[in-house]
Design a protein around this ligand. Structure first.
Ligand code: NAP
Ligand code: ZN
Length: 349
């Protein structure tokens, strides 16, 4: 079926209206009418070819929520009318050790929601800045929030799981002092989730304007990281740091805030590398520098249910599809509190 979408024909061109096709649902497929799609910084990196290997036309978007409009004959977990979500993964090999453990995000054959090879036209996956998507049932999540919150649930599908998964993996909880660096789409979810898990949360921002705003999100303390005196107050005191910054920066300024045996996990994926940290800052206190990529499907469902139970959604600014180019410019300036979400009804009928 031909549907309307918003995407780019080349890395140096703005996003524009496109007509794309979706496959008819196969036996295990779920067809979803997309209501809303979040705007992740990864969309901008990919569509502008800041990361290697962008395939055009590129339709970004991996924070998808909507309603099931058709299911294949063998689909048992979803039915027409259900509120559902799709995140960054639409397929994987389904039989490796990672898939068996529900860590499809680390499968060598993971198929991302956009820019990955697929038998469907045009030969690579096309994301959620569109009216509809067809996905294997395994990768479709149940949304249990009230339907009025649907737009604000969309960012949980990437920003939510990308911050939830490392907080769980490194066992963040009561008694821990946790830093969240970069208060954008991911970081603001990191604050809400670490707070709900019972940690003492310190937000690190480069934006003076977010000092009070970060407290409203659930940060117990806020540090403007450009001020060395404010940073020094937290030296050797943090158990864990979640670093979401989308640009290369000085990692040592944060590594030195970790206690002995503390870990800083990078989830930000800048187009060019960070300067290498000073090795002595790691070895002197047995500190770890780690990374983490989104999360598996079972954990994504766990995160959505955790958020529904704790009343957690993203703070969003709704836009029309034709405002997405302007939204990218504002995201680069840190001028969004905290996630743009496209109303996909604005793509037309
Ligand atoms: P975002 O909304 O743009 O937030 C990034 C934040 O980083 C900004 O709000 C800003 O926070 C801070 N920042 C930006 N440029 C900076 C600079 N030059 N120096 C210091 N701080 C800077 O982006 P996002 O959607 O949260 O994504 C963040 C990064 O995570 C992106 O690189 C994205 O591709 C990546 N990502 C990774 C995964 C994964 O699986 N690992 C998943 C999704 C996204 P302050 O204003 O508070 O300083
Ligand atoms: Zn994302």
């Amino acid at each position: 079926m031909t549907i309307k979408a918003y995407g780019a024909r080349a890395g140096n061109l703005p996003l524009e209206p496109l007509a794309i096709t979706r496959r008819a649902p196969g036996e295990h497929d779920v067809q979803i009418d997309i209501a809303y799609c979040g705007v992740c910084h990864s969309d901008l990196h990919q569509v502008r070819s800041e990361w290697a290997g962008t395939l055009y036309p590129c339709v970004p978007g991996h924070e998808i929520v909507g309603r099931v409009s058709a299911v294949g004959a063998h689909v048992s977990s979803h039915k027409v009318g259900d509120l559902v979500g799709v995140g960054c993964i639409v397929d994987s090999c389904q039989h490796c050790a990672e898939c068996d453990e529900g860590l499809e995000n680390y499968c060598d054959h993971m198929v991302g929601t956009y820019n990955f090879p697929t038998p469907d036209a045009p030969g690579h996956t096309l994301g959620g800045y569109s009216q509809q998507i067809v996905v294997h049932e395994r990768y479709v999540l149940h949304v249990r929030h009230p339907k009025e919150q649907l737009a604000a649930v969309a960012p949980l599908l990437c920003a939510g799981i990308t911050t939830y998964s490392p907080l769980r993996h490194w066992k963040v909880g009561p008694g821990h002092k946790v830093g969240v660096v970069g208060i954008g789409g991911l970081g603001h979810m990191g604050i809400k989730l670490a707070n709900a898990m019972g940690a003492h949360v310190v937000a690190f921002t480069t934006s003076e304007s977010k000092r009070e705003a970060a407290k409203a999100l659930g940060a117990h303390e806020v540090v403007v990281s450009r001020n060395p005196e404010e940073m020094a107050v937290h030296a050797q005191s943090l158990d864990f740091i979640l670093n979401t910054v989308a640009a290369p920066h000085d990692l040592d300024a944060f590594l030195t805030l970790l206690k002995r045996d503390g870990t800083m996990t990078l989830v930000g994926a800048p187009a060019t590398p960070h300067p290498s940290p000073e090795v002595f800052n790691l070895i002197m206190k047995r500190r770890s520098l780690a990374g983490s990529m989104i999360g598996g499907i079972p954990e994504t469902q766990e995160m959505l249910d955790f958020c529904a139970e704790h009343g957690i959604v993203a703070d969003i600014e709704m836009i029309r599809a034709d405002q997405v180019n302007e939204a990218y410019e504002r995201m680069l300036k840190g001028d969004v509190k905290y996630r743009f979400v496209i109303d996909c009804a604005s793509l037309g009928t």
